[in-house]
Design a protein around this ligand. Structure first.
Ligand SMILES: Cc1cc2nc3c(=O)[nH]c(=O)nc-3n(C[C@H](O)[C@H](O)[C@H](O)COP(=O)(O)OP(=O)(O)OC[C@H]3O[C@@H](n4cnc5c(N)ncnc54)[C@H](O)[C@@H]3O)c2cc1C
Length: 421
């Protein structure tokens, strides 16, 4: 009989995990407390499969950036809940990851995982009939001034694995004519050829629908995990929605909720909710929208278009899981659209959203087996790159569970309680 695996969480990471296991013939049960996949952090993100941002946040410059944020002088980073003990513990771990050595090791892990994932995503899309939701034309990272251009040139004097190249303002327009009205405001851009873009929510929903057609997959929405049952050093199943479900393996793909769920088992992953915002404006004429997603590095804000909308995302706010939509934050998004895209959208036809990135101090996710249990697995903590890294994380985890040879290694954040992949 095929092994039985329970995946807790049907965000993009959980639904990809379920797919990677189901395609190998395992019996998969997905337990999700929301009525559908991707209703939490995977709901309305920027949708960029962002190889160009596969870099750890913690590094030698990060303490200065955080100090600037603390003084309210950074447009994209805010700290609004200082006295949060979880943030203090997370912050101390973050500082430990700020050496040049730790930054390089963490960034290398992220880059490996994201490149691997980027190659997996089209395969998953094809299997589930979702290829139309993705575009694989690269992305632009717009640089505000000469100093930013020179800093990048200095940091990348050797050829980089990510294949990024520097473009002048006129070359930006050649890449994407829709950016002609704004290109001259920038000193240049990095073009990241391996980036893709697509609607993460629609992809997760589509993958869920595909899984729903398979006899060996049981999708249980509106079902909350109560607790994980163990016997000695093994997990034997879970209780969810008042029912007991037996399992040979359990995967936690529960994003920011993971620390709360594992505390009773004696370990707490360092995952902090880092809040972000998006606004999605209906496009009057999608053919005139930018085709390449771009990140405005000065404003710390991303712009993408798909599914008939123009989406602007911004902000990394340390707010302890708060999910309010304060006007002061939304006005950043509104002002940007009014300044750059007033002729493309109806300014009043907009949906705002907030989500909390499940962020580790190392930026890489926790991916692997929990040391004290032979069959409890973690796939959580993907921070700002969960959509980017989801297909690869899922594939590597499935290979580990089925004891297949893994074609990519050393991709996880390190922790005492984890056997990392
Ligand atoms: C503004 C913004 C922009 C972003 N842009 C990008 C981008 O362009 N590219 C990119 O790669 N990433 C981006 N991200 C990050 C990305 O959205 C996240 O990394 C990703 O969504 C995390 O997915 P997840 O499945 O781990 O978590 P989630 O999507 O939060 O899923 C976790 C799931 O677990 C379920 N769950 C939790 N507890 C329980 C329980 N007890 N029982 C049952 N179910 C439970 C939840 O209901 C939820 O559905 C962005 C994030 C934000 C906020």
């Amino acid at each position: 009989m095929a092994e039985r695996v329970i995946v807790i969480g049907a965000g993009i990471v959980g639904i990809q995990s379920a797919h990677a296991l189901a395609r190998r013939g395992l019996c998969v049960t997905v337990v999700e407390r929301a009525p559908a996949p991707a209703m939490l952090c995977s709901r309305a993100n920027a949708g960029v499969v962002s190889i160009g941002h596969a870099e750890a946040w913690a590094g030698p410059d990060a303490p200065r950036t955080l100090l600037r944020a603390a003084l309210g002088r950074d447009p994209g980073i805010k700290v609004s809940r200082w006295a949060d003990p979880a943030l203090i513990r997370w912050g101390l771990d973050f500082l430990r990851n700020c050496s040049a050595e730790a930054h390089d090791a963490n960034s290398a892990r992220l880059t490996r995982l994201c490149l691997y994932s980027r190659d997996r995503l089209p395969v998953v899309a094809q299997e589930a009939g979702l290829s139309d939701l993705l575009r694989h034309d690269g992305a632009l990272y717009l640089l505000p001034d000469r100093a930013a251009v020179e800093a990048w040139q200095h940091a990348h004097s050797q050829t980089s694995e990510t294949g990024m190249s520097l473009l002048s303002p006129s070359e930006i327009v050649t890449k994407d004519p829709a950016l002609a009205p704004i290109a001259a405001r920038f000193a240049g851009a990095l073009f990241s050829p391996h980036d893709s873009v697509g609607d993460c929510h629609r992809f997760a929903t589509g993958l869920g629908a595909h899984l729903g057609t398979l006899d060996h997959v049981d999708l249980r929405y509106e079902t909350e995990l109560d607790h994980i049952e163990r016997e000695g050093g093994r997990i034997i199943g879970i209780r969810a929605g008042g029912e007991r479900i037996a399992a040979d393996h359990v995967i936690l793909a529960t994003g920011v909720e993971t620390p709360k769920l594992t505390r009773p088992l004696g370990f707490v992953p360092r995952i902090y909710p880092v809040k972000g915002y998006s606004g999605s404006w209906r496009l009057r004429d999608p053919a005139r929208a930018p085709t390449l997603p771009y990140l405005d590095e000065a404003a710390r804000l991303a712009v993408s278009s798909y599914s008939g909308i123009l989406r602007i995302t911004a902000m990394a706010e340390f707010a302890g899981g708060d999910d309010s939509l304060p006007e002061a934050r939304l006005s950043v998004l509104k002002d940007y659209v009014a300044r750059h895209f007033a002729d493309l959208v109806d300014l009043e036809d907009v949906t705002f959203w907030t989500g909390s990135r499940p962020t580790t101090p190392a930026s890489a996710p926790y991916l692997g087996r929990v040391r004290r249990f032979g069959n409890l697995w973690i796939n959580a903590g993907h921070g700002a790159l969960g959509w980017t890294a989801s297909a690869g994380s899922a594939e590597l985890l499935a290979k580990a569970i089925t004891r297949e040879e893994r074609d990519c290694r050393d991709v996880s954040a390190q922790a005492r309680w984890l056997d990392p992949l």
